[in-house]
Design a protein around this ligand. Structure first.
Ligand code: ADP
Ligand code: ZN
Ligand code: MG
Length: 635
């Protein structure tokens, strides 16, 4: 079963306006801030200048002369143009004189009484106090300070705010605080296989020397593949927590911004930051945002994305043999990634994180009810049974909703009822509607996968079934995993025919059981047709057409994908090929159908077990079909 979950494209236009709006709102905010600062500054200065609380009264120079003549003046202090006068009764006054002319000169001109003037204490103060300088500097400096403040505030806000328009080249790499919130594998339920694979990474980070001494090449990139909410980010953090190394976190979608070149320089920064802290984990979330296949000339390349992607490749290649950084990347669309990213030495390891099955769901629920007071009557298993299709994030959300619900009802503890009601709330939430599997769907999937597994187990020389599951894996709704006993490089025609029969078995099982076919079989059919065609045109396995290859394909070897295929045979041959494809498919179809029809009971048992347990390991599966004594069939 296959089901693609597309993510909505990033609307860069929207993003652009959004950013502009942010800048504008910041701008007005900054203006207000700056005005406030200006007012405060000028108030402070003016209060400093006029520090005296009792303002001296202003008198003009003529009055001053009159007062001197009358003998009312005690002291006069001249500083620049201003004159400070202290009268005999202690009160102060001030006056002004012309800048150029001398003070005594002026007084003389105004016919001051020389004898009276003698009695006055006359002091001349150099006008070099801070007041003088302030008088000159404030008017010139203030606007500069004012403008400077505006810019400073603007840049600061731009950097810390939602938009990062002025944040050129800074990576925005975040270091999560490990000491505060250390996450380990114990906080991640399920994901057994993923954890096992990641344990290797942990070991390397813990004691890199051990590996380096043996000349081992360190894994550089690990791609975490899984549906949204299955715990990719959580696992990445747990790896850092287990190894006790810093965890740096960047999101590739943040790289794709409005300015070309920003993504690339941020990537460079992020790697540099992580390298300085090595050993460390650098986590690149949503790598598909930049890691889509390049080139191919379709729809025009997004330069920014390509540059960012190239930079990531450059950084990965630039690691020394003993750089102790491991780059973990997360995606839910591994199919669209550029093959260059997946080459050896880059993200050559892939860890698939499945949707949780019934057992995992119970475990996840257990983790998330930690610290929440539960009624002793709560049975988390029953909740797990009712939540097929829920991701870890959904389950976390569910427990949270139940706590909110209980609180709103003024309960002290969470009841089973609250958990049940929260299931609906999460399902009806905007995101999950399409993922939840109905009872009917679950049954169809169980028969479909059961069909694959049963046929695989019944065919002579077929690879043994390792695992059957109706839990969606990656983008598929369910899966049957069969692995060859030994590593194989050559496959025979019989094996291919077996493969075809197994591929078609899902659809046949649906048809036999429900007399109907679902869309879940479409990718099986596509794959089967492609395989049959390849057998004929590439491997010369058709007796009718003989040992020839047909069609010329140009493969870009280093990209590992076909870019064009050319038809170099006649229409007549094309017709024959189509006919042979049909023959092969029909032959395999009949074989598979025979197996399923004659083993309906076995199929029903497998399906029933799948509905109950969702995942069957190899031993479980074989012990279920054992009592039915299935006869091996050859194609
Ligand atoms: P992804 O990165 O795959 O979209 P996250 O790692 O962000 O998903 O998961 C979101 C949240 O869901 C986590 O913070 C955690 O609370 C919860 N969660 C997901 N998977 C698990 C799990 N296996 N065990 C426990 N909690 C999980
Ligand atoms: Zn299938
Ligand atoms: Mg995530």
């Amino acid at each position: 079963m296959e089901e693609k979950t597309g993510r909505p494209p990033v609307f860069s236009k929207f993003k652009f306006w959004h950013t502009i709006r942010n800048i504008m709102s910041n701008f007005t905010k900054n203006i207000i801030w700056s005005l406030v600062t200006l007012i405060v500054i000028s108030l402070v200065f003016s209060s400093l200048i006029e520090s005296g609380t009792t303002k001296p009264k202003e008198i003009n120079i003529n009055e001053l002369v009159a007062k001197i003549n009358a003998g009312e003046v005690k002291t006069i202090v001249i500083s620049g143009e201003s004159i400070k006068v202290t009268l005999s009764d202690g009160t102060e006054a001030k006056s002004k004189k012309e800048a150029e002319s001398g003070f005594t000169e002026t007084l003389k001109n105004l016919a001051v009484d020389q004898a009276a003037l003698q009695k006055v204490q006359l002091e001349i103060e150099e006008p070099s106090g801070w007041q003088f300088w302030a008088g000159i500097l404030i008017p010139t400096l203030l606007p500069v300070i004012f403008i400077g403040a505006i810019f400073w505030l603007m840049f600061r806000q731009a950097r810390t705010g939602v938009n990062q328009a002025f944040n050129f080249g800074r990576s925005g790499v975040r270091l999560s605080n490990l000491a505060k919130e250390k996450i380990t594998f114990n906080d991640v339920a399920g994901c057994k296989e993923a954890k096992e694979e990641l344990m290797e990474v942990v070991e390397f980070l813990k004691s890199p020397k051990k590996f380096l001494e043996l000349g081992a090449r360190i894994p550089r990139g690990v791609l975490l593949v899984g549906m949204p909410g299955t715990g990719k980010t959580l696992l990445a953090r747990a790896v850092a927590g287990e190894a006790n190394v810093p965890f740096f976190n960047i999101s590739a979608s943040e790289f794709v911004e409005m300015f070309v070149g920003v993504g690339a320089s941020r990537t460079r920064d992020a790697f540099a930051v992580a390298k300085r802290a090595a050993p460390a984990i650098l986590f690149v979330d949503e790598i598909d945002a930049v890691g889509r296949q390049r080139g191919a000339g379709m729809g025009g390349g997004n330069d920014e994305r390509e540059q960012t992607l190239n930079q990531i490749l450059v950084e990965l290649d630039g690691f020394d043999r003993d750089t102790k950084i491991i780059v973990l990347a997360a995606t839910n669309r591994p199919d669209i990634l550029d093959p260059a990213l997946l080459r050896p030495g880059r993200f050559d390891r892939r860890v698939v994180i499945d949707m949780p099955d019934i057992k995992d769901r119970e475990e996840i629920l257990k983790i998330h009810v930690r610290g929440k007071p539960l009624s002793p009557k709560v049975d988390l298993k029953k909740i797990a049974v009712r939540t097929p299709g829920f991701s870890g994030a959904d389950l976390a959300n569910l427990t949270n909703e139940s706590a909110i619900l209980a609180a709103r009802k003024n309960q002290k503890i969470i009841e089973q009822e609250d958990l049940y009601s929260s299931i609906e709330k999460v399902i009806l939430g905007p995101e999950r509607k399409n993922r939840i599997i109905s009872v009917k769907e679950k049954e169809i999937t169980a028969y479909h996968e059961g069909g694959h597994a049963l046929v695989a187990a019944s065919l002579k020389d077929s690879d043994p079934v390792h695992k059957v599951s109706i839990v969606s894996r990656g983008t598929a709704g369910g899966y049957t995993m069969k692995l060859p006993l030994e590593e194989q490089h050559l496959r025979t025609k019989t094996q291919f025919l077996n493969d075809l029969a197994v591929m078609l078995a899902g659809m046949i099982a649906e048809k036999v059981q429900f007399n109907d076919i679902s869309t879940g079989a479409s990718s099986d059919l596509k794959e089967a047709s492609a395989l049959a065609r390849k057998m004929i045109t590439k491997y010369g396995m058709s007796e009718v057409l003989g040992p020839l290859t047909f069609g010329k394909t140009d493969e870009l070897i280093f990209l590992g994908r076909e870019i064009s295929s050319e038809k170099n045979y006649s229409e007549k041959v094309a017709e024959k090929i189509d006919e042979e494809v049909k023959n092969f498919i029909t032959r395999s179809y009949e074989t598979a159908k025979k197996i399923i029809v004659s083993n309906k009971k076995a199929l029903a048992s497998v399906a029933k077990a799948l509905i109950e347990r969702e995942t069957l390991e190899q031993e479980d599966f074989y012990s279920i079909i054992k009592p039915f004594k299935i006869k091996p069939v050859s194609v």
